[in-house]
Design a protein around this ligand. Structure first.
Ligand code: PBG
Length: 327
């Protein structure tokens, strides 16, 4: 028998495009991506968010421009965020028939059938204090009062045409409260994608510019998770599974790949992650300086989220990256 050399196997398996394509373990596809879309009150608004180049606030009359660009790129799943005309202490725009999200849902539903519409269910963009629910006199978040309003918001969104709801407030019991309200209204068909594991993160900065939702006092650390905690992610995810969530989410994504893997390994439900605004803007800023290749870096980052175990990625890169991906 002649000698053979196993140490040469690794490079044999990388020797050509054919071989690399055959042995690739993870794929990033257009179907994996969900694009956030910011809807503003008013007219003629197509306003670039200064800290998020390439991402705009759109008024309804300007929305088709973005939807056409997304459809052209092959992105048909979007999550809507609203910038309301009026903010108030409870965020009543969120459950008003005339609310900005309700108007957007009707607008899109009436005109096109090529989009799957997810809504972010929260209050921080709609409250004058910028917190994610009802705040008591001493400045803390009133959990139960917030749950009641969440139920109203959920029903209002589905009545206006939302396909799936994504509650992002990290309010205890939010999934159970919403599931009960939906089932009572006979909307067993509407799934809930829970922002189950959401950290109190400095990476949300540009988003808060985008929707003008920075808290006016304090911070969100009494309801969003401590970035230092991983075991707690399992506790949060388990509660949401027990309360009836249909999909789980980890947010942010890139600094939490270990948490994505943890949740993937322990829970069977589909798993999303949110590649948040700060993660996007860092790449954009470096690319604008010519320091990194934007497409290459964005692709590699999103691929790492898939490799960590995410099925779906909410990302501001969706529109621009999609043309480089397979379906
Ligand atoms: C809450 C919400 C936030 C984001 C999505 N939903 C902000 C927050 O918790 O402050 C952040 C998304 C991003 O940074 O891209 N409605």
């Amino acid at each position: 028998m002649t000698d053979f050399d196993l140490t040469r196997r690794p490079r044999r398996l990388r020797g050509s495009t054919h071989m690399r394509d055959m042995v690739r373990e993870t794929h990033l596809r257009r179907d994996d991506l969900i694009m956030p879309v910011f809807i503003s009150h008013g007219e003629n608004i197509h306003r670039e968010i200064p800290s998020m180049p390439g991402i705009y606030q759109h008024s309804l009359d300007e929305l088709d421009r973005e939807l056409d660009a997304l459809a052209e790129a092959g992105i048909h799943r979007i999550i809507l965020f609203g910038i309301p005309e009026q903010k108030d202490p409870v965020g009543s725009d969120t459950f008003s028939d005339e609310g900005i999200i309700q108007q957007a849902l009707h607008y899109i539903r009436d005109r096109r059938d090529d989009f799957y519409l997810i809504t972010d269910v929260c209050f921080c963009e709609y409250t004058d204090h910028g917190h994610c629910g009802v705040v008591t006199d001493d400045g803390t978040l009133d959990n139960d009062a917030t749950l009641e309003n969440l139920q109203k918001q959920a029903i209002s969104h589905v009545e206006a045409g939302a396909d799936m709801l994504a509650p992002s407030g990290m309010i205890d019991g939010m999934i159970g409260a919403m599931r009960t309200a939906l089932d009572d209204a006979n909307r067993h068909d509407v799934p809930i994608m829970s922002y189950a594991v959401k950290y109190s993160s400095a990476f949300y900065g540009p988003f808060r510019d985008a929707v003008e939702s920075a808290p006016q006092f304090g911070d969100r650390r009494t309801y969003q998770m401590d970035p230092a905690n991983r075991r707690e992610a399992r506790v949060e995810a388990r509660l949401d599974v027990e309360e009836g969530a249909d999909m789980l989410m980890v947010k942010p994504a890139l600094s939490y790949l270990d948490v994505i893997r943890e949740i993937r390994d322990r829970f069977e439900l589909p798993l999303a992650c949110y590649n948040v605004s700060g993660e996007y803007s860092l790449v954009k800023a470096a690319a604008a300086k010519g320091w990194v290749d934007e497409t290459g870096v964005a692709h590699e980052k999103l691929l790492s989220m898939k490799r960590a175990g995410a099925d779906l990625i909410l990302t501001y890169f969706a529109r621009d990256l999609a043309p480089h991906l397979d379906a």
